[in-house]
Design a protein. Structure first.
Length: 201
């Protein structure tokens, strides 16, 4: 006698995912947040294109010494284990984007400008919000402007550039008054093109 097939179990309902709900879920993690200088939300959850297939993008800023203690892949695995259970009810992929503080101060790639201008911080024991404002001010002083292309933030030069021309965005280091600099090539680079120089428009 062939046993009757059991009916499939109904899919577990997915809880509505909103910015405020994710913020509260992150704060509920508690003391584990103190391992980071700052934790924030970035990506499509902040934009109009968040949909059923979108993942949750987290920004984690770490102090330089702690960040150097493990490879980045291990830190991403660690932070997914910290935040994954709190966000599991939303049944979405989780992306953890890591930056040591020095990479923010040096404006190590174009995406730092997007992070500084768009991220919503939910935990900030390292005073990262003022650093973000300094990065934005430095970008404006260097002749860059923030524009929107569709729903995406793009930083570009306010004036035409020659091909190969460099723009320097300088952010003063608190521990080194002389400041630190990092050249950024090209213009008009958005989140999806954050580390590649492009031809000026």
């Amino acid at each position: 006698m062939v046993p009757a097939e059991l009916p499939p179990k109904p899919a577990r309902p997915r809880e509505e995912c909103t910015l405020e709900k994710v913020k509260q879920a992150l704060l509920a993690v508690g003391p584990a947040l103190e391992q980071a200088e700052a934790v924030g939300i970035i990506g499509s959850l902040l934009r109009e294109d968040f949909n059923e297939r979108s993942d949750i993008d987290l920004l984690i800023v770490m102090d330089d010494e702690t960040y150097r203690q493990r490879p980045a892949v291990e830190w991403r695995r660690h932070w997914r284990s910290v935040f994954g259970p709190a966000l599991a009810k939303y049944r979405r992929d989780l992306s953890c984007i890591l930056y040591p503080v020095i990479s923010l101060r040096k404006v190590s790639n174009w995406y730092v400008l997007v992070v500084a201008s768009d991220a919503v911080l939910v935990h900030d024991r390292g005073n990262v919000a003022p650093l973000f404002q300094r990065i934005i001010d430095a970008a404006h002083n260097a002749g860059l402007v923030k524009i929107k292309r569709g729903v995406h933030t793009v930083w570009r030069s306010a004036t035409p550039l020659k091909f190969g021309q460099l723009i320097k965005v300088e952010v003063e280091d608190d521990d080194e008054p002389r400041g630190s600099t990092q050249p950024i090539a090209g213009c008009g680079v958005g989140a999806s093109e954050s580390t590649q120089p492009v031809r000026p428009e």
